[in-house]
Every structure is written in C-alpha cells, then in structure tokens.
Design a binder for this molecule. Structure first.
Ligand SMILES: CC(C)(COP(=O)(O)OP(=O)(O)OC[C@H]1O[C@@H](n2cnc3c(N)ncnc32)[C@H](O)[C@@H]1OP(=O)(O)O)[C@@H](O)C(=O)NCCC(=O)NCCS
Length: 353
C-alpha cells in the first residue's frame, strides 16, 4: 500500500489510535476522532487534558479497516489455526505538536464538523465569529504530521492467485456481513486473481458482488428516465442504492458500471429486486440475466423465501428464474390485495442520505 492510500485510510477512518508517552514515562493510548488537514492528522482536546503532557514527544497514530475474518477451515478442513483477519492499516510516526495558529485551528474544527456532522446544523465556523473566537483560542488542537507513514495491506497477497480466487468463492458462500465487500476489496488489491466463477459475466464484462457507494451516482445515471422511477430524483435514486442490502452489477473492461440491480431483503421471508438496468449498448448479451442471477444468489437475498419485483414488459427475463405473475399465484386460502402508502417526503423536508 502506497503513502497516498495510507493517508486516505487515515482520513477515512472513523477513529484513529494515538500512542505516545508522558514525561514521567507512562504510556498514553487514546482513540480519537480525527481529520487530515494539510498533511497532518489533527484532533482536538481539552487544554488541561492528558494529551498536553505528550506534546513534543514521539507519537504514533494508526488507523485500520478490517476486511474479513478468515476461519481456518477455509484453508484446511481439519487443521485448526487461529483465525486470520484481512485488513488495511496505516501507521505514522512523528511528534505530537500543538496547532497554535487560530486560523488553522478553525479549519481543523471545521473539518471535524464536516466529517462527523456532515448534515450541518450549526453556524459555519469562522475564526472571528463571536460564537467561536473564544472557544477556538481556548481549545487544544494537536497534530501529528503524516510524513513518515507506512501502509500495510493484509489482503491474502501471500496466497497464490488461485487460492485467493477460492477464498473469494468461500467468502461469497459464507455471506456474512461485509463478505461481499471483502470479495471486491481482495480482487481490487490483487488484480492477478482469477475471477471467481460467480463473477464471470458475458464476454468483455465482469460481475460485481458489491458495488461501492461511490458509484451510486453512476447507477442513478444509468437509471435516468426509467419508466418506473417517475419523479424520483437522481439524489434519491443514489441514496436508494446506498441504502440497499444487496447492490450488484457488471463492469466493462474499463471498469465502467454497465449493468446494475439492487435488492432489499429481510433475508428470511421476503426480498424485493429493484432497478434492473443494462446500459443500452450492452443489452441482449446476457447481462440482465447475469445481474438478476447474482442478486438472487447474493447473501442478503439467497435465504429469502419469496422474492418480489414489478415489471411492465420484461416478464420473459424473470420467468427464466421461476418468477410468476401475481395472477398465476396459487390460491392462498384468503383474499388480500397489495396496498401502498405514498408519502410526500419533500413536503416533510426529509433529505435522503
Ligand atoms: C430488461 C433488461 C434488463 C434486459 O437485459 P439484457 O441484458 O438485454 O437481457 P439479457 O440479454 O440478459 O436477456 C436474457 C434473456 O431474457 C430475455 N429478455 C430480456 N429482456 C426481455 C424482455 N424485456 N422481455 C422478455 N424477455 C426478455 C432475453 O430474450 C434472453 O432470453 P434468451 O436467453 O432466451 O434469449 C434490459 O433490456 C434493460 O435494461 N432494459 C431497460 C430497463 C428495464 O426495462 N429493466 C427491467 C425493469 S423490470
């Protein structure tokens, strides 16, 4: 992992760990909210707090992202071996420094607010604002420069490409929380891994087990003008994708998302498939079938006894999986009809996340 990826990991981490030593030799270990500003990891504290004691002293900051926990039986069905965790981590060595320039302190606080309270709900921070001028001066803001940073990726790179591919298959089969994401992270960080069979798509495409939230706008773009989305805005569509338990797709050889579908599921009784879309130039090559199949096999969906979807004219595609029309359903022994509640979200002032 390069320096830039390591810095990005620190910047994205929900919390960082800080280890230092006080003048009397006692160790100091803290978990902190932090932001990266001007190439330094920055945080705040009380002027009389313990961190003050470590100012000017050697300090380590670290952040990590756990990708997956790998049980021994993934690798050997008999021999016990304490579980392995795949992770990304970054560690920077430097000195704990106080930030004294009030303008930089204000920027750090502004960045902390933007990271941990992105919805706003406060007066914008300005160094001379009457609400903030005094607190900014009174608050301890400290930093550790990220000049000496090391990134470590433990993502099965010590395994052979074939072993990694099998590991991806096993993670998909296990289907625990985060396992679909883990498959994509392992593949992204080990590009020589042969694509596991469940992700093999029609020619010049590959399927995606979990589309990252950063591509929600691309999905919304693909779905632009879809007849079933009515007055749903692009922002709402993007939020719907980020909020779905399963979101799968397909990429072309450049990595562009060219097919997508998502599902909501309780993983036991019901799942609902929505927003099946293949880019026009990619239709009729089996991609629609492939992404629906992958959605049905997705860990969040595969255990749901009933899967629902609505369609105006693509019944033929879904019949291939065994979907039948409402009118063909066997009698239930009671009569009921589907009801819908449409809520005026905009007039309620709700903004999708
Ligand atoms: C519908 C859609 C997703 C199908 O994707 P696709 O990649 O073109 O479909 P595939 O090539 O995977 O087709 C697989 C099979 O389903 C069938 N099929 C695809 N679309 C169909 C349709 N609209 N009606 C009936 N059968 C259809 C194909 O004929 C093919 O069958 P075959 O293997 O026997 O030839 C795609 O056309 C699309 O994005 N359309 C616009 C959006 C849309 O309508 N989405 C569905 C909303 S419910």
């Amino acid at each position: 992992m390069g320096d830039n990826e390591a810095r990005a990991l620190v910047a994205a981490a929900n919390v960082i760990h800080l280890a230092s030593v006080k003048p009397d030799g006692t160790p100091l270990l803290r978990t902190l909210n932090a932001v990266v500003v001007d190439g330094a990891v920055c945080f705040h504290g009380a002027p009389a707090g313990e961190k003050v004691e470590a100012l000017g002293r050697p300090t380590v900051v670290s952040a990590e992202r756990v990708i997956a926990s790998i049980p021994s039986y993934f690798l050997d069905p008999e021999r016990a071996c304490p579980a392995t965790t795949l992770y990304l981590s970054a560690e920077a060595h430097g000195t704990l420094e106080e930030v004294t320039d009030a303008r930089i302190k204000a920027r750090v606080i502004d960045a902390l607010m933007a990271k941990y309270q992105p919805e706003g709900g406060h007066v914008p921070i300005a160094v001379d604002h009457p609400l903030y001028a005094k607190p900014i001066r009174g608050l301890l803001v400290a930093q550790v420069r990220l000049d000496r940073i090391d990134g470590k990726a433990k993502v099965a790179q010590n395994r052979t490409p074939e072993e990694r591919s099998r590991l991806c298959e096993k993670l998909w089969q296990r289907g625990g929380p985060g396992d679909a994401d883990a498959v994509e992270t392992i593949l992204a960080l080990n590009p020589d891994t042969p694509l596991p069979s469940f992700l093999q798509g029609p020619e010049n495409t590959r399927l995606v087990a979990s589309v990252p939230p950063t591509e929600a706008d691309r999905a919304a773009q693909l779905l632009d003008g879809a007849y079933w989305n009515g007055d749903i805005s692009r922002a709402e569509l993007a939020a719907a994708h980020r909020g779905s338990q399963a979101w799968v797709g397909a990429r072309d050889t450049n990595g562009t998302l060219v097919a997508t579908t998502r599902a909501l599921s309780d993983a036991a009784k019901h799942a609902w498939i929505y927003d099946v879309m293949v880019a026009p130039e990619w239709r009729n090559r089996g991609l629609g079938f492939a992404v629906v199949k992958l959605a049905l096999e997705h860990p969040a969906v595969r255990t749901a006894r009933k899967v629902h979807l609505g369609t105006r004219d693509a019944h033929g595609l879904y019949r291939k999986f065994g979907f039948i029309d409402e009118s063909e359903m066997p009698p239930r022994g009671y009569t009921s009809s589907t009801m819908h509640l449409t809520r005026p979200v905009h007039s309620l002032g709700i903004t999708p996340r």
